[in-house]
Design a protein around this ligand. Structure first.
Ligand SMILES: C[S@@+](CC[C@H](N)C(=O)[O-])C[C@H]1O[C@@H](n2cnc3c(N)ncnc32)[C@H](O)[C@@H]1O
Length: 317
């Protein structure tokens, strides 16, 4: 199943070409990691899906967050700061060769998180790792919906459960392909969920005339323009997550939402979300969830034209 060498996987080729947009997003991840580093005394600081090239790890090294020894291994003192998960075996071998000393767990992170499992609990070590203050789910796939559930959201909810032991604020970085592949039932479910909270955002952003149709029953979301799919997914995932987390006393606050074009022009979205404990969240549920779409849209940085390489010409929408 994992027979292809990493250089042949489309995702590895896309990563190796190090698009301007993705490099810009990585620079913003580093800012977020540096922010969370303050006051972080021990244990894992950053968990990531590393891929074959681990360009986010390179960026951490360039930024001086992780030190290297004279022979380019991760310095022993910093080896415990980062844990990388990777489900593709050749990619694991490649990234281990590139960063000797990096802790790489060869596994689907969803298996470790027990996404979809009712009772099984992760190991003690995994629980410690998943309490890291910055977790980067840098997926290459689409936001799927199955039986009224989205595995990416489920994984994030699991992570919040681990953070509940100390209720410290943490950052969730998520990247996903925003092209919609939801079947009829999935679309029905997503539309009914979105329509509870989206009305005000649509009115304020004057999208009522042009895009409100996407909530109509007969609109096939797989057929709408990519920028509308990107818009829907950029709101759907964090809103769905907030809907699950608010009753657990967590607030989901976006600090950045990047929309950009991935390999082959794929519509991509990348979120930087702060997850903060708020005992009053359940009491304010409706207000919080109705506000979130507008807050998300105010955080959008559209990198589709500029790439955002120097940060100066990033269009905000
Ligand atoms: C976009 S790449 C990672 C790029 C890397 N973070 C960087 O900045 O260079 C995504 C990688 O995550 C891996 N991946 C995707 N879903 C995963 C999962 N559920 N568990 C473990 N690895 C996963 C893919 O095999 C792929 O190599």
């Amino acid at each position: 199943m994992n027979a292809l060498p990493p250089a042949d996987r489309a995702i590895d080729l896309a990563m190796a070409s190090a698009s301007e947009s993705k490099n810009y997003i990585r620079s913003r991840w580093i800012q977020e990691i540096n922010r969370r580093r303050v006051g972080h005394d021990s244990g894992v600081l950053y968990v990531t899906l590393c891929g074959a090239h681990g360009l986010d790890i390179s960026a951490l090294i360039d930024a001086g967050v992780i030190g290297l020894t004279e022979n380019d291994s991760i310095a022993a003192a910093d080896a415990g700061l980062v844990v990388a998960y990777e489900k593709n075996m050749p990619a694991v071998a490649a990234v281990k060769r590139k960063f000797p000393g990096l802790k790489v767990v060869e596994s689907d992170i969803h298996e470790k998180l027990r996404v979809g499992a009712l009772f099984a609990s992760p190991s003690r070590e995994d629980k410690q790792i998943f309490r890291a203050p910055v977790i980067n789910l840098d997926y290459d796939g689409n936001v799927r919906i199955q039986d009224g559930k989205s595995p990416f959201v489920e994984a994030a909810v699991r992570l919040a459960e681990f953070h509940a032991s100390d209720m410290k604020s943490w950052s969730l970085l998520i990247t996903a392909n925003a092209s919609i592949s939801w079947d009829e039932d999935g679309q029905k479910w997503a539309k009914s969920f979105l329509s509870q909270y989206l009305e005000e955002e649509l009115v304020l952003s004057q999208k009522v005339q042009s895009d409100v149709r996407f909530l109509a029953e007969d609109c096939d979301l797989r057929q709408v323009d990519f920028d509308v799919q990107q818009y829907i997914v950029s709101i759907f995932l964090p809103l769905r997550l907030a809907d699950d987390l608010v009753s657990r006393h967590w607030l989901v606050s976006p600090s950045s939402v990047f929309v950009y074009s991935g390999g082959g022009g794929a519509p991509m979205v990348s979120w930087i979300l702060s997850i903060d404990h708020d005992p009053s969240a359940p009491a304010n549920r409706l207000r919080l969830l109705k506000q979130l779409p507008q807050t998300l849209m105010a955080c959008v940085e559209d990198l589709r034209e500029s790439g955002g390489a120097d940060g100066s010409d990033v269009a905000e929408r």
